[in-house]
Design a protein around this ligand. Structure first.
Ligand SMILES: C[S@@+](CC[C@H](N)C(=O)[O-])C[C@H]1O[C@@H](n2cnc3c(N)ncnc32)[C@H](O)[C@@H]1O
Length: 309
């Protein structure tokens, strides 16, 4: 299985998505046995609110097919970075699709790009970055937590991304990225991003783009001060607040019009096709601070002038 390429039929060892509803999507590994918490190896049967699924029955089925569960049904979908973001095992806070799409756009991430990211965390953003730089780009992702770096590395391999990503287990605030003038863009999701900005500048090409994601305005302020000190240009802060309108059949049964005088409402008006605003809206996630790296040649001339040479 690969997140990179779509295929028709499900095979053993594929990672698949079981879709029950927009709020209920599950990731399943197609393998005959699983190990229970008590360490026993048992047949791989996946339990859902609509009953059980014998996982090996999926082998040979087409992706997109409807699958019967003991008390209902679901659909088996190909894995994508978007579905991975909502199903992945959380080891940390993660970036979600509205922020991810803004990052991809603002950092101008395209096939062939060299991208630097830290921290890797749960790999939510990494999956979207890797798909965007394929087939010949490279993601260098840095994580100082050894276990997280190891698990992310294993997941990338399992998802067929081994040629597109290098996981570095290091503290970027102390050791930097070990790259010079090669990165098209740098993305930071760190508690103290301002400590990594000078290292990011070293890694970036002239005019490369940087983004720092921070939940708190105090982090943004310190980051902007450092960006300005290092002569970054076009500093912009964006907060993505998503408001999704749902297109659906709206019943007028509950409306005031209908309850006021049942008889006067034409039956054909009891339900109509329309759209509604969401009952719940996701709120603040974080601020995205973007900037453009200065031309390296003009930066070194400026430093020479300051030093009087
Ligand atoms: C919020 S998580 C990143 C989540 C990630 N963006 C995602 O979408 O899954 C932040 C990660 O940065 C790592 N981290 C914090 N400081 C670091 C540093 N100085 N160097 C490398 N990694 C660091 C943490 O261990 C943590 O896993």
């Amino acid at each position: 299985m690969s997140f990179k390429n779509f295929k028709d039929k499900i095979e053993e060892n594929d990672t698949v998505m079981l879709y029950l509803s927009p709020q209920s999507i599950h990731v399943i590994k197609v393998m005959p046995k699983i190990v229970t918490r008590k360490g026993n190896e048992v047949e791989n049967i996946f339990q859902t609110v609509y009953g059980a699924l014998k996982v090996m029955d999926l082998v040979g089925m087409s992706y997109g097919a409807k699958v019967n569960l003991t008390k209902g049904y679901g659909y088996i979908l190909q894995p994508t970075p978007e579905l991975w973001t909502v199903t992945l095992p959380h080891r940390t806070q993660v970036l979600y699709t509205p922020d991810i799409s803004m990052v991809l756009l603002q950092l101008d991430i395209r096939p062939g790009c060299i991208v630097v990211e830290s921290g890797t965390g749960s790999g939510s953003l990494s999956h979207a970055l890797i798909r965007a730089i394929a087939p010949d780009g490279k993601l260098h992702t840095y994580e100082f937590h050894e276990q997280r770096a190891k698990i992310a590395s294993e997941e990338f391999k399992e998802h067929g991304f081994e040629d597109l990503v290098v996981v570095h287990n290091q503290n970027v605030c102390e050791a930097g990225f070990g790259l010079e003038n090669v990165a098209d863009s740098v993305f930071l999701d760190l508690p103290s991003p301002w400590l990594a900005i000078n290292h990011a500048l070293t890694s970036l090409k002239s005019n490369g783009r940087i983004c720092s994601f921070s939940p708190c305005m105090e982090q943004v302020q310190k980051t902007c001060i450092e960006l300005e000190k290092l002569r970054f240009l076009e500093i912009t802060i964006i907060e993505c607040l998503e408001r999704e309108f749902q297109v659906k059949n709206i019943s007028v049964a509950d409306s005031e019009l209908f309850s006021f005088d049942n008889d006067s409402v034409n039956n054909s008006l009891k339900s109509f096709r329309g759209f509604t605003t969401p009952l719940k809206m996701p709120g603040h996630t974080g601020y995205l601070t973007f900037a453009t790296a200065p031309m390296k040649s003009s930066l070194s001339q400026e430093i020479e002038v300051v030093n009087g040479s």
